[in-house]
Design a protein around this ligand. Structure first.
Ligand code: G3H
Ligand code: 13P
Ligand code: ZN
Length: 328
């Protein structure tokens, strides 16, 4: 069942975070859906601009509708990750996406507001919801790179949400994209999250750049010929603390790429005579599913599927009239 991210956030807010996983191909799609159904978790599939051009945007959309049929128990949102305005408008019209991210965070505040508002108006008119971003993550975000974090300013966050009517807000609190997130101790600014939650209570917040870059995974990749020295990620024991402060969506891409890299490096190291792509693919799919299921436990989303479904059904059966009946 494809639902909006807002539908998922309503059930999760203040209790747990929904995993938002980037995928690019059919093996990831199968592993992602298997892992979420096995761990009984609602989830978000993230499709980036890069993913949409890697094969073809229609291929990804077709994979989403096929997966919806193959996994009838799954409850998920189909979300554009880090979109520009044109890509957002294209996804809004696709009939497959339920949510888009407009990322104008590198623009001045006023321009970010204007662009976001245009996307929000179009999305809401067609029943979709929108994530936007304020602040800048250090490192590379799609086509733009930054040398330093520009943390989200809570007063601006409050004004931004009021002016744009956006449904969720990505905040910069010290995470970054990729496998090399921190030099020395990691410092995440939970004080900023707390202040944003105080100013805009109930507004779903998003943490990008939240892969954990497991050290055992890095060691296995390096032992199989990789060179990822100094790779380090976010401590996953922080996820539930972030969820209590209003973070309902936690973005994970890099960790999935590491699983892919480890499986394929080890496979071809150990079986140099092999060349059939399906051989490592058959290992990767269940390994990725296992990774997703374990991540959902850390996010608190594992085991929430039935309660989430019941909440959605209750909402749908409500007549929304003013009769004060018990249908809610
Ligand atoms: O935030 C970026 C995501 O990790 C997507 O990465 O643009 O290489 O698909 P990508
Ligand atoms: P990671 O690079 O930490 O996986 O972050 C992914 C992300 O934020 C996608 O938008
Ligand atoms: Zn991101």
């Amino acid at each position: 069942m494809i639902v909006t991210t807002s539908t998922l956030f309503k059930h999760a807010y203040g209790k747990y975070a929904i995993g938002a996983y980037n995928i690019n191909n059919v093996e990831q799609t199968m592993g992602l859906f298997q892992g979420n159904v096995q761990s009984k978790a609602p989830f978000i599939v993230q499709l980036s601009k890069g993913a949409r051009s890697y094969t073809h945007k229609l291929m990804l959309e077709a994979m989403m509708t096929a997966a919806d049929q193959i996994f009838p128990d799954a409850i998920f949102a189909v979300h554009l990750d880090h979109g520009d305005e044109a890509t957002c408008m294209d996804c809004i019209k696709s009939g497959v996406y339920s949510s888009v991210m407009i990322d104008a965070s590198h623009e001045p505040f006023e321009k970010n507001v204007e662009t976001t508002k245009r996307v929000v108006d179009e999305a809401h008119a067609r029943g979709l919801v929108v994530e936007a971003e304020l602040g800048v993550l250090k490192g590379v975000e799609e086509d733009v790179s930054a040398d330093e974090h520009i943390y989200t300013k809570p007063a601006e966050a409050e004004e931004f949400v009021k002016l744009t009517g956006v449904d969720s807000l990505a905040c910069a609190i010290g995470t970054s994209h990729g496998a090399f997130k921190f030099k020395g101790d990691q410092k995440l600014r939970f004080d900023i999250l707390a202040e944003i939650q105080r100013r805009i209570p109930g507004c779903p917040l998003v943490m990008h750049g939240s892969s954990s870059v497991p050290q055992d995974e890095v060691a296995r990749i390096n032992a199989a010929g990789g060179n990822l020295k100094g790779a380090v990620g976010v401590d996953a024991s922080q996820f539930l603390g972030a969820a209590k402060l209003g973070v309902t969506k936690i973005n994970i891409d890099t960790d999935g790429r590491l699983v892919w890299c480890r499986v394929h490096r080890e496979f071809f190291r150990d079986k140099p005579e092999k060349f059939d792509l399906r051989d490592p693919g058959k290992i990767f799919i269940p390994e990725y599913a296992k990774f997703i299921a374990a991540k959902n436990v850390l996010l608190g989303s594992a085991g929430q599927l039935d309660a989430c479904r019941a909440a959605i059904m209750a909402e749908e059966s409500c007549c929304n009239c003013a009769c004060k009946c018990d249908c809610k």
